[in-house]
Design a protein around this ligand. Structure first.
Ligand code: ATR
Length: 285
């Protein structure tokens, strides 16, 4: 029997908590689909221990890792190099270890735009309302502008200063900042609404918003994927809007790391989505 253990490529999710994370299911599915000699696991890393964990991965020869709460922002200072996607969002969710160096990427914006394209491909020159101005939002705005050619944004955030910072840093023209309490009317004239807040997530407050001012043709996207059908998406679908769920972004953002670590840009399809939904369902039993 051939011992090919030393050829096995390994990647891992670092976060706290990680017990309900879907990334191990996602990557293990792809590893099996493509018959790759690899492993993707999850490791609980407490706040303040990220450096030791990254050193450990580097020393044992891992291909890289994904990062989730609470490490995405702290990781910026621990990278040897940053892809522009990480610089734009101010956070790292994918680390590639190459020649012993840690290279930080952020695939949230890419994942969001790829998921959106599958449902509604064309937003060039259009206007987008974004709820929330945290790390995920920054990456998504950068990709909407860069990869999709979006021209104008309505940024709505509880903390106004963060929205203003994004307008300034990205030199967004034809764009405005709205107070959180102005969110209903900010939707007027928008072709896409994206929820980038954590509102609507299981255990969090609901997102209170009226979609009355949103044009009938507008698409509504939510980055929250627990529950799969958020109250925002349910309300949008009732009004006839196309809805784009958070699982689309989750699946597509995983492609970037998988390709770097395991050498294949994996396919996102309905079978994969069903597999993830089954996993989510089994956990809620
Ligand atoms: P992520 O990395 O997922 O973007 P984040 O950077 O913590 O996470 O951003 C969370 C976003 O949800 C922020 O825009 C936050 O608003 P603030 O910038 O004012 O903190 C928003 N958010 C979280 N809880 C909220 C609430 N109860 N009401 C309104 N916005 C909320």
């Amino acid at each position: 029997m051939t011992d090919n253990t030393d050829q096995m490529r390994r990647a891992v999710l670092l976060g706290y908590p990680v017990s309900h994370a879907l990334s191990p299911t996602l990557h293990s599915y792809w590893l099996q689909q493509y018959g790759i000699n690899g492993h993707y696991g999850a490791m609980a890393v407490l706040p303040g221990h990220l450096k030791q964990a990254l050193d450990m991965l580097r020393n044992r020869g891992d291909a890289g890792c994904n990062l989730t709460i609470p490490h995405k922002e702290d990781a910026m200072a621990l990278m040897d190099d940053h892809d522009e996607s990480a610089v734009m969002s101010g956070a790292v969710n994918t680390v590639v270890i190459r020649d012993g160096k840690l290279i930080g990427y952020n695939s949230d914006g890419f994942g969001f735009v790829e998921g959106l394209k599958a449902a509604a491909p064309d937003f060039a020159g259009q206007r987008v309302a974004v709820l929330g101005c945290g790390g995920a939002s920054r990456g998504i705005i950068a990709s909407l502008r860069g990869a999709m050619g979006v021209k104008s944004f309505a940024l709505i955030n509880r903390t106004r200063a963060k929205a203003e910072r994004i307008i300034k840093q990205f030199t967004l023209h034809n764009s405005e900042v709205f107070e959180w309490h102005e969110r209903d009317k900010a939707l007027a004239g928008c072709d896409l609404l994206v929820n980038c807040t954590s509102l609507g997530l299981v255990g969090e407050d609901h997102l209170e918003i009226s979609l009355d001012a949103l044009p009938a043709h507008a698409v509504v996207a939510d980055i929250v994927y627990r529950p799969y059908e958020t109250p925002l998406l349910a309300a949008a679908r009732l009004r006839g809007h196309i809805g784009v769920d958070g699982l689309a972004m989750l699946m597509h953002q995983g492609r970037l790391g998988f390709e770097h670590w395991f050498g294949v840009d994996p396919v996102v399809d309905d079978t994969l989505k069903l597999h993830l939904l089954e996993k989510m369902e089994s956990e809620s039993l």
